[in-house]
Design a protein. Structure first.
Ligand SMILES: [Zn+2]
Length: 280
């Protein structure tokens, strides 16, 4: 098995003001021509790519004004929508019985290196011990908790961003990667998917859980959709967006039917490398 280059301890990220406009993560179209969305009223600027329609925050870091919508007062229609959203909360769990780690355990190869990006909840404990498990935790405070979990399970935790951590693995060395609600938050999402295309083995699999920007609930709730979770979220994927992004880097995508329904506020995407024809 190829050796992993252990990273230096990461420093706490410095939240400096961001003056650069992000390009579209899907097609790299420049941010200056993107169309501003009314969802900016919820407190943060969002734009829709003029070329491919992907929705994202054009600045990775900016001041968030949570009272921007209606000066903090909700209209009766907004209150009704929020009420309906809450009393039908059960629907968020109705069609998602399988967690990403379970899909990895089920679909991944027999052994090899697996990376859990973000060390979500109990993933380090629940990913199958048949794998060599690495956790990537971008913030030292998070890494401390993950390391404690790793000490119990044998997982290795690296204090690093997703792109930096994945880049330290040799090409075609990863049996699996889990990204649980991560890509929405990553200003460098395009680089992360590019690395999945390079680092996954041809029999490897990446399991992504993403907020479903194409969900019916988002259409109904509009700017009150609970996934407009500022300042955390930077990218809002539809299935077509993650498919287009994966295709840029030699990955094919599948969406398990019952885990990617339009009634669900999240969806699962399974990414696998497209095996070059010359290998057959
Ligand atoms: Zn685009």
């Amino acid at each position: 098995m190829a050796a992993i280059i252990m990273p230096a301890e990461a420093q706490e990220p410095v939240e400096a003001p961001d003056v650069t406009m992000r390009a579209c993560a899907i097609c790299e179209h420049g941010g200056t021509s993107a169309r501003a969305l009314a969802y900016a009223k919820v407190g943060r600027q969002l734009v829709e790519c003029a070329n491919c329609g992907f929705t994202y925050a054009p600045k990775a870091r900016e001041a968030v004004h949570m009272q921007a919508a209606g000066n903090g007062r909700m209209r009766l229609s907004d209150l009704l929508l929020c009420f309906l959203d809450r009393v039908t909360y059960w629907r968020r769990f109705m069609f998602s019985p399988l967690e990403p780690y379970e899909l990895l355990n089920k679909l991944g190869p027999d052994s090899g290196n697996v990376v859990d990006v973000g060390c979500h909840r109990d993933n380090l404990r629940l990913i199958s011990p048949r794998f060599s498990i690495y956790g990537l935790a971008g913030f030292p405070a998070l890494a401390a908790h993950a390391r404690a979990e790793g000490a119990r399970t044998g997982a290795t935790v690296l204090s690093t961003t997703a792109a930096e951590g994945l880049s330290r693995f040799p090409d075609r060395s990863l049996a699996g990667v889990v990204l649980y609600s991560h890509l929405e938050r990553d200003a460098d999402a395009r680089s992360v998917v590019a690395l999945l295309g390079r680092k996954l083995r041809f029999d490897g699999v990446a399991v992504l859980k993403l907020a479903n920007y194409g969900s019916l609930n988002r259409l109904v709730m509009g700017k009150r959709w609970y996934k407009f979770n500022f300042p955390d979220y930077l990218n809002y994927f539809r299935k077509r967006d993650i498919s287009a992004l994966a295709a840029c880097f030699g990955l094919e995508v599948s969406f398990p039917l019952m885990l990617s329904l339009p009634t669900d506020d999240n969806f699962i995407a399974i990414l696998k490398p497209i095996i070059p024809i010359e290998i057959y």
